[in-house]
Design a protein around this ligand. Structure first.
Ligand code: ATP
Ligand code: MG
Length: 555
C-alpha cells in the first residue's frame, strides 16, 4: 500500500494526527478518557475508550484515565472503582494511577484568581433565574449583570469569602467576563465557580466552591498536556469557550475535536437514565445482563474483543446516526464462534426411551468440542436407554420428509455422535401433549463406524436421562421495544419491553457441564451462546443466554 492509499483508510482523527506529527505541530499523541464518576460505564463510553486508548496505542502515545469529579453531589467511589474495573477488563493501561480533576482544584482556583486579576471574571450576586434570564436568547443581545462592573479588588475579596464558606449556596457565583452579545450562548459570561456545601468523595470538606465542567475540563487537559481532547458533538458549541480559557490563562494549548456519539438501536446510552432503571427496580442492578453497561455486557457474556471489534467496525464519524444493534450481536457471535466449546443443552425436554437398548448399558460417545478448532479436543457423552431431546424436534403429523428432517412417527434421525434411531411409538397425556417417545436404534450405525449404508438428513441433540445436569437459563430480549429512543416524546420508561427476561428452570444439560465455573462460555448446539452466571450456587447452575445463533447482520 502506498502512503496515500494508507492515509485514505484512516478515520478523520487519525488523518489529523498524522498530519500534525508530520508537520511537527505535535510531537506526541496524548489523549484522555474523562468519565464523570456518577454511574457505570456503558457501550457509548466503550466507543470513546477504544478511540482514546486505541489512538495512544497506535501512535505510541499515552492515554490518561481522568475522573471528571467536579460535581460531588452525584459522584461516589463506588462508581470510580466500577469504572476502573471496566477499563482494566477491556484490557487498557492508563499508567500507574488514575487521575482526578479534584487533584487540580488548587490549580483551578489559582486559574480563577488569575482571570479575576486580569479583569476577566466577576462575582455575580444574581440568582440562577436572573442570570439565565439575562442571557436572553441567541438572537437577542444579553442583559449585562448589574455586578459585571465590580472592581478587581472587590471580586477578589468576594471570591475569598465564597471559598471560606461564609456565603450561602446559590447566593453568588463566579462568571467569566466574555461577551453578553455573543451568538454562542456559552460565551455569554458563563458561570465558572459555584458554591456547593457538599462533601466531595476525595477532598472531603476542603472545598465548598467547585469549578463547573467548562472551567475544569479544558484546563485539566492542559495541565496533563493532552494534545487531542476528543469529545462528542454536543460539545462543539463549547469549543470557543475551551479555547478562550486556554488563551486567557496562557496555558498548554490542548485542542478539542468532536466526533459522533454512539446511539444504539433499542438501547439507552445515558448514565442518568440507566441510574433511573436501577433505582426504580426496572432491572436488578447496573450489571443486569440486559443493561448496556460494560458490567452488564460482561455478565451477559460479551468479551473485551467483541466490544473492541464492534467499536472498530462502527468507526468514528462527524455526524450522528443510529447503529443497528445487530452489529453488536454479530461481534459477539463472531468471537464466541471461534472460542466457545459446543455442548448439548435441552431447553424443552421430551423423554425418549430406546426400547431395544439394554437397561443398564452406558456407551461413551466421543464428541467434538469445537469443529473450528482441533486443539479444543473431544469429550465423551454417555448414551443410555433413556434420553431427552427437544420437544420441538418431534411432530406427530410432520410434513413430508423433504420438509421435515427431524422426528415423527416411523421417521429416522441420527442422534449426534450416536446412532440412527427410528420413532416406533409415542405417548400422549390427557391434554394431548406428547410426553414420551419410543424409538429403536440401529446398532450398525454408530457415528464414525456406520456400516449400514443408511442416509438420514436430520441430526438431533440429546442428553442421557441418567446423567443429565439440570440448570436454570435466563433468556434476554431487548430491554426496550422501540428502536430509536432519541426521537420519542413521552417517558422512556413507557418503551420498556415487558418480556425482556424469560426464566427457564427445566433445562437439562450434558454431564460435562456439571463442573462448569462462573464465567465459562459455551455454544449450546442449535440454541445459542451461554455463560455461567454468578448467581450459580452448589447444585443450581444458572446460565445467561448471551445471544442466539442466528445472525441478522447484513454485511
Ligand atoms: P452520560 O450522559 O451517559 O452520563 P456523559 O458524556 O455525560 O454521558 P461522561 O462520563 O462525561 O458521560 O463521559 C466520558 C466520556 O465518554 C466523554 O468523553 C464522552 O464524550 C464519552 N461518551 C459518553 N457517551 C458516549 C457515547 N454515547 N458515544 C461516544 N462517546 C461517549
Ligand atoms: Mg457528563
Amino acid at each position: 500500500m502506498s502512503e496515500n492509499e494508507n492515509r485514505e483508510s484512516l478515520n478523520f482523527i487519525e488523518q489529523m494526527i498524522e498530519e500534525d506529527l508530520e508537520s511537527g505541530k505535535n510531537s506526541m499523541v496524548q489523549t484522555r478518557f474523562p468519565p464523570e464518576p456518577n454511574g457505570y460505564l456503558h457501550i457509548g463510553h466503550a466507543k470513546s475508550i477504544v478511540l482514546n486508548f486505541g489512538l495512544a496505542e497506535k501512535y505510541n502515545g499515552k492515554c490518561n484515565l481522568r475522573f471528571d469529579d467536579t460535581n460531588p453531589a452525584k459522584e461516589s467511589t463506588e462508581y470510580v472503582d466500577a469504572i476502573i474495573e471496566d477499563i482494566k477488563w477491556l484490557g487498557y493501561e492508563y499508567g500507574d494511577e488514575p487521575l482526578f480533576t479534584s487533584d487540580y482544584f488548587e490549580t483551578l482556583y489559582q486559574y480563577a484568581l488569575k482571570l479575576i486579576q486580569k479583569g476577566k471574571a466577576y462575582i455575580d450576586d444574581q440568582s440562577a433565574e436572573e442570570i439565565s434570564a439575562g442571557k436572553t436568547n441567541p438572537s437577542t443581545p444579553g442583559i449585562p449583570s448589574p455586578f459585571r462592573t465590580r472592581s478587581i479588588e472587590e471580586n477578589l475579596a468576594l471570591f475569598e469569602e465564597m471559598k471560606s464558606g461564609n456565603c450561602e449556596e446559590g447566593s453568588r457565583v463566579l462568571r467569566a467576563k466574555i461577551d453578553m452579545d455573543s451568538p454562542n450562548m456559552h460565551m455569554r459570561d458563563p458561570i465558572i465557580y459555584r458554591i456547593k456545601k457538599v462533601d466531595h468523595h476525595r477532598t472531603g470538606d476542603k472545598w465548598c466552591i467547585y469549578p463547573n465542567y467548562d472551567f475544569a475540563h479544558g484546563q485539566s487537559d492542559s495541565i496533563e498536556h493532552v494534545t487531542y481532547s476528543l469529545c462528542t458533538l454536543e460539545f462543539r458549541d463549547h469549543k470557543p469557550l475551551y479555547d478562550w480559557f486556554i488563551k486567557e490563562l496562557e496555558i498548554f494549548p490542548s485542542e478539542q475535536t468532536e466526533f459522533a456519539r454512539l446511539n444504539l438501536g433499542y438501547t439507552i446510552v445515558s448514565k442518568r437514565k440507566l441510574l433511573q432503571l436501577v433505582e426504580e427496580g426496572k432491572v436488578t442492578g447496573w450489571d443486569d445482563p440486559r443493561m448496556p453497561t460494560i458490567s452488564g455486557l460482561r455478565r451477559r457474556g460479551y468479551t473485551p474483543n467483541s466490544i473492541k471489534n464492534f467499536a472498530h467496525k462502527i468507526g468514528v464519524a462527524r455526524r450522528d446516526g443510529i447503529t443497528d444493534i445487530a452489529l453488536l450481536e454479530h461481534s459477539i457471535r463472531e468471537d464466541l464462534n471461534k472460542t466457545a466449546n459446543r455442548v448439548f443443552g435441552i431447553l424443552d425436554p421430551l423423554k425418549v426411551v430406546i426400547t431395544n437398548w439394554p437397561e443398564d448399558k452406558v456407551e461413551m460417545m466421543p464428541a467434538v468440542n469445537n469443529p473450528g478448532d482441533e486443539t479444543a479436543g473431544t469429550r465423551e457423552m454417555p448414551l443410555t436407554r433413556e434420553i431427552y431431546i427437544e420437544q420441538g424436534d418431534f411432530l406427530e403429523n410432520p410434513p413430508s420428509p423433504k420438509k421435515w428432517y427431524r422426528l415423527g412417527p416411523d421417521r429416522e434421525v441420527r442422534l449426534k455422535y450416536g446412532y440412527i434411531v427410528k420413532c416406533v411409538d409415542f405417548v400422549k397425556d390427557a391434554d394431548g401433549n406428547i410426553t414420551e417417545l419410543h424409538c429403536e436404534y440401529d446398532p450398525e450405525t454408530r457415528s464414525g463406524h456406520d456400516t449400514s449404508g443408511k442416509k438420514v438428513k436430520g441430526t438431533l441433540g440429546w442428553v442421557s436421562a441418567d446423567h443429565a445436569v439440570s440448570a436454570e437459563i435466563r433468556q434476554y430480549d431487548r430491554l426496550f421495544k422501540t428502536e430509536n429512543l432519541n426521537t420519542i416524546e413521552d417517558d422512556f420508561l413507557n418503551h420498556l419491553n415487558p418480556d425482556s427476561l424469560t426464566v427457564n428452570k427445566s433445562v437439562l444439560l450434558e454431564p460435562s457441564l456439571a463442573s462448569a465455573q462462573v464465567g465459562d462460555q459455551f455454544q449450546f448446539e442449535r440454541q445459542g451462546y451461554f455463560i455461567v452466571d454468578g448467581d450459580t450456587t452448589e447444585g443450581n447452575l444458572v446460565f445467561n443466554r448471551t445471544v442466539t445463533l442466528r445472525d441478522n447482520w447484513k454485511k
